[in-house]
Design a protein around this ligand. Sequence first.
Ligand SMILES: *[C@@H]1O[C@H](CO)[C@@H](O)[C@H](O)[C@H]1NC(C)=O
Ligand SMILES: *[C@@H]1O[C@H](CO)[C@@H](O)[C@H](O)[C@H]1NC(C)=O
Length: 392
Amino acid sequence: MSTIISITVILLVTLPASLSVLHTRPEDAKLNFTELGIKYGHSVEEHDVVTEDGYILTLFHIPGKRSQSILLIHGIFDSADTFIIRGQLSLVLTMANKGYDVWAGNTRGNKYGRRHTYLDPDTDAEFWDFSLHEAGYYDLAAIVDFVLEWTDEKSIRTIGHSQGTSAHFVLLSTRPEYNKKIKGFIALAPVAFLNNLIPPVSTVTEVGPVINKFLKSLGIEELLRDQSAARELIELICSQGIISYDLCYILANSPFLGFDSKRIEPDFWEVITGHCPAATSRKSLVHFDQIALSKRFANYDYGTLENFRRYKVLVPPSYNLGKITTNISLIVGQNDLLSRVKDVNNLKSLLPREPKYHLMEPILWNHVDFVWANDMDVYLYPYIFSSLEDFE
Ligand SMILES: *[C@@H]1O[C@H](CO)[C@@H](O)[C@H](O)[C@H]1NC(C)=O
Ligand SMILES: *[C@@H]1O[C@H](CO)[C@@H](O)[C@H](O)[C@H]1NC(C)=O
C-alpha cells in the first residue's frame, strides 16, 4: 500500500518534468538573436552600448547597404528577439534580405540589458529604478547615437513597437535635438495615452496600485527574470502543445492583447514562450498604470515632495508632444486592447506635424500581431516599406 502511495507521489512530483522531456520544444525557442540570425543565413554583430547613467545594452546589427540603416526598438516584457523569432518572415530578416542595414536595440532590464558599469542587478535595487522614461531618455538616445557614429550618418529611420514607441515619444519630446537624428519613425501599436482601456485591462490598471504595494512590500523590483522560478513555470506550462496554447495564449493573453488565434499558431506559440515575457522592472508597470489612471502622458509620479524636488511642480509634467517634429507613421490595430484606436487618434491630434496613419485592415489585428502574425508580409510590411521610402 505504502509503495503505491510513494509511486503515486513520485509520479505527481516528476510529471511536469517528464512532460517537458517528452515534448521536444522547437529549436528557435532556445536560440538567441545572434544564433537565429546565423541560422537563417546572416552575419550578426553584437555591440555594447553604454548609457549616460551606466547601463550596458546589447545592440544587434545585421550589416547592409550604406545610408539604409533602420533601428528597431521592442516593447515591454520583450527584447530584440521579438523582431527575429518569426524566422524568414520576421521584420529583421525581411529587411536584411532587402539589403537594409538592420539594427535591433534592447532597453534596460531584459536579458540583453541586465548589466551596468557599477550597479549589480542582483543586489542593487537602484538598478531597477527605471520605467519607459529612462528607456527613451537614456537608452534610445544612447542607441541612436551609437548607430549614427558607427555608420557615420547624420540621421536614421527607426521602428518601435508598443513601449518602444512610448520611448520614442519621451525622447523626441524631452530632447528635441533627436528630432534631427531620427528622420522618420514608424510606430507599431503606438502607446502614449491609455485613456480608453476596457476590461479586463482597465480592471488591472484600477487594482494596479494595490498589486504594486504588495510587490513592493515583498521587495520585488525585477519582474520575470530569465531562469527565475516564475519565468520557468510560465515557460513549462505554456509550451506543452495545444492545451498549453489554449490555456496561455487564448485564455490568459488574448483578453489583454486581443483575440486573434489564426495569426499565431500553436507551434509558433512555443517559440514565443522561449523568449517572452522578458524581464522588466516593477516601476515600468507602475508608470504605465499612472498614465492610464491620470489619463495623461506624463513623467513618473513620485509623490508631491519628490515631484517638487525633481520637476519643481507638485504634479508630474506631461510630455510635451508639441516638440516632436520627426516624420511619423502611426500603424494601429482595430483589435489592439492596449494601443486603442481612440487613444492613437488623440495622440495624432497633438503631434504638430500631421503623421501618416494606417488602420490595419484585418479586424482581429491585435497588439502582438505587429511582431508575430503569420501574415505580416501581406498586411503590415507594405505600409512599413512605403513609410520607409517616404522618410528616405
Ligand atoms: C548568443 O549565443 C552565442 C552562442 O551561444 C553566444 O556566444 C553569444 O554570446 C550569445 N549572445 C548574447 C548577446 O547573449
Ligand atoms: C521628413 O521626410 C522628408 C521626406 O519625405 C524629408 O525631406 C525630411 O527631411 C524629413 N523631416 C525630418 C524632420 O527629418
